[in-house]
Design a binder for this molecule. Sequence first.
Ligand SMILES: [Zn+2]
Length: 437
Amino acid sequence: MKGELNPMEANFMENLNLTIDGNRLWNRLMAFGKIGEGDNGGVTRTSFDQKDIEARKFFLKLLEQADLSPYMDAAGNIFGQIIGKNPELPAILIGSHLDTVNSGGRFDGAMGVLMGVEVLCTLKEKGIQPERTIKVVSLTDEEGARFDYAFVGSTALVGTEGSGKLKENLAAATDKDGNSYLEAMKQASLEGEYFNEINPDLLEQAQLGKNDLKAYIEVHIEQGKVLENKDLAVGIVTGISGGEWAEVTIMGEAGHAGTTWMKERKDALTAAAECIVAIEKIAQDNIGSVATVGKLEVKPGSSNVIPGRVDFTLDVRDISNERREKTVTQIYHSIRTIAANRGLGCEIRQVQSLSSVMSSPIVMKAVKDSLQELQYPVYELPSGAAHDAMVLGELTDIGMIFVRSKSGISHHPDEWSSFEDVALGCEVLFRTTLKLL
Ligand SMILES: [Zn+2]
């Protein structure tokens, strides 16, 4: 584990003449990686679980120590800030998330949040009081790992679903032990100072107005191999693919595996299998779309009983909203047809649907100018993975910077970005922020 600079890295830093403190950022990142760390090195902090609460407390303390006036909103989003000379001007927001998937990595989310802190700390140390307010945010539940419901914090800030709809969805979302999202939030609100602001009944209070923000900027690991293949540490994100998430139920009839003739069967699993193959084919035909069935539950789930019911998840993404809608429509039609042809029932429940968002040309130009200042190659790429920036795109201009992921691995204990790449990513973020302030 790298906590200190080796001579090669020290050389790199010197040559680059970094404004930010790469070592401080790295040490904080590694310290966060200890919260929720398992035996295999994987990090588990799912929303409002014990480790997520611990990370929130750690983050609040960090913001206090850095004199960044922390506060929490009704959705549990945690902010730090430097108030600008003209606080009525729309603010710059930098952020990401501190929650992880089960046994995920140290970099996904935490890196972007801590880079925001590093930018604000650097501004303070340089005695720069910006014209407009600058904030760093850790957004509640980006991953959706515990309750299968993601982007809670950013959705509350945008309020696009209406706070009533969001509350409804949170009430319906439960973890594997049957705890509801709302209950988990209420429980977290009892954790004392700052936490008592969490209030699922008043989520509308977290909503921001159109004039509150000038831009939202997020640095994230790439979670792919594009930058690695190009031998580049950082890249400018052009846009983020939207997605459609749904749950499908196929209803057949359970029956004895030995006594039910083939022509009499209403096997929910063979129907589901046909659906899954059809889903793959439709996505293959609509080039640019990707579709995944990642979870399947077979009931009653016995080796000698014909499956009577199958539930499976569906995840469809595409940078083109039009093409994604076409793919989704074809998939839903295909599922209904397959079920009907086999005389089975089916139900499709849309869980979440998010439009693709393009990065703001203003933010992209600020990133590009920063890279050129550093005499670093400018490279642009789209994001196939979803991020809070996609949700916040409905509220304000957004921009993202990707940092190279080793072997493209993410959501895994082996997730890794090098010290140099992280430091450079943060330096680009700092310079980008200065240009936007
Ligand atoms: Zn992430």
